[in-house]
Design a protein around this ligand. Sequence first.
Ligand code: NDP
Length: 433
Amino acid sequence: KERNPHEPEFHQAVKETLHSLIPLLEENPEYINNGILERLVEPERMISFQVPWTDDTGAVRVNRGFRVQFNSAIGPYKGGLRFHPTVNSSIIKFLGFEQIFKNSLTGQPIGGGKGGSDFDPKGKSDREIMRFVQSFMTELSNHIGPDTDVPAGDIGVGPREIGYMFGQYKKMRGAFEAGVLTGKSPQFGGSLVRTEATGYGTVYFVKEMLATRGLSFRGKTVVVSGSGNVSCFAMEKADELGANVVACSDSSGYIYDEDGIDIETVKRLKIDEGERISKYVEEHPQARYFDNCPDIWSVPCDIALPCATQNELNEEAARILVSNGLLAVGEGANMPCDAEAIDLFQENDVLFAPAKAANAGGVAVSSLEMAQNSARLSWSFEEVDEQLKAIMKDIHDRSQEAAEECGKPGDLIAGANIAGFKRVAGAMLMQGI
Ligand code: NDP
C-alpha cells in the first residue's frame, strides 16, 4: 500500500488473488525465490498521457489517457480500453492485473494490459467522440501494435469508438494492420461473435458450474445488472437456455418485469439509442421502474449475474440475495462483488463464478479475432461460437481441477487464480529475470 498509495481497487484485486495462491506458494518455493510475485504486481510499463480535444463550441478540453502493459510472459499485452469519468490509475491497474490471469485462463497466447481515459462519452456528439478518440489514438499509437499490445473495448468503448481508433491508427502508420485492435466491425476484420462473447461466455460458464450440481438455467429466475454490452448478451443467452430474466438496470435505476424482460427493447434503447433504462416502461407498461440501481439485488432470483461495474454488489445485497434462496452468481463485470459479499456467498454454499474466469469469453474471442486477422480469414458465427463454448468449458474444468488439487473443491476463485497463475509464472521462470 505504501508503494501504491491511493489505489484501493488495485489493492483489492491483488489481495484477493494473492491470498488464494498461498497454498501453491508454500509448496513451490521457486516462485518466491525468483521474485515472481513482486514482478507480477509491478506493471512492466505504465503510460499516462494528455488527451487534448475541442468540443462543439470550440472550447479546448483536456482528459487523461492511460495504458498499463502489465505482463507479457505469454503473449502481447491484451486488454480493453475504458472511457468513464471514474477512470484513474487504480482502476486501470486493477483491471490490468486481473487481465493477466484471465488471459492466461483462456489458453490463448495473450499477455495482460488495460487502458482508458476519464473522458465521459455521455452527452457528447458523434463528432466530439471522434475528435476525442483521434487525439487519444495519436498518442496511444506510439505504444501499441499487432505483436506488442492489442487494445479492445470496455465500458464506454464499443464498435463506433473502435472504428474511429482504427481509422486514426491507420493514418498514423500508413498501413492497414488489422490485428492492432479487436472488437472491430466484421466489415474490416472484426470477428463474428465478439459483440456477444462476454455475455454469452458468462452464461456458458455458469451453465457448466450449475451442471456440477445437476442444475440448469431452464425455469430459473435470473437478475442481470447493467444493460450494456455484457448484460444484454448475458440476458439473451440465459433467455435462450430457458431462464426467465426479470430485471436489469443502468446507473440510474432498474426495471422489473415478472413475466420476463423484452431483451430486444433493452438492446435497442440502451445500445442503439443510448437512452435511459427508465424508457423501457413507456413501451412495456406492465413493467416497473425503480430509481435506485443497487436495489436490483432485492429482486428474488435463483441466479444473479452482476454485469455492470466494480463493487456493485456488497454484503448487504448478498445477504438479501441469499435470504431469497439464491443458487448461483456469475460475475459478468470485473470485480462486481466486494470481498464481504463473496465471503457470504461462500459461507452459504452459493455457486460462485469469479470474473476472471466467467467473463473471459470476450478476450478469448478477441484472440480468435487476432488469429483470423493473421491468417486473413473470417470464420462463421457458428464456428466461433463453438470455439467460445469449448473455451468456457475448458476454463471451468481447469479451474475446478486446480481447486481440487489445492484442497478447496468447488472454490472456483482459488481454482481460477491458481490455474491462471501457473501458466504465467511458468513462462516467467523459463524466460529469466
Ligand atoms: P457498457 O458500457 O456497454 O455497459 C455498462 C452498463 O453498466 C451500462 O448499462 C451502465 O449504465 C451500467 N452501469 C454502470 N455503472 C452502474 C452501476 N453502478 N449500477 C448499475 N449499472 C451501472 O460496458 P460493458 O458491458 O462492456 O462492461 C460491463 C462490465 O463488464 C465492466 O466491468 C467491464 O470491465 C466488464 N467486461 C467487459 C467486457 C467486454 O467485452 N465488453 C469483457 C470483460 C469484462 P449507464 O448507461 O447508466 O452508464
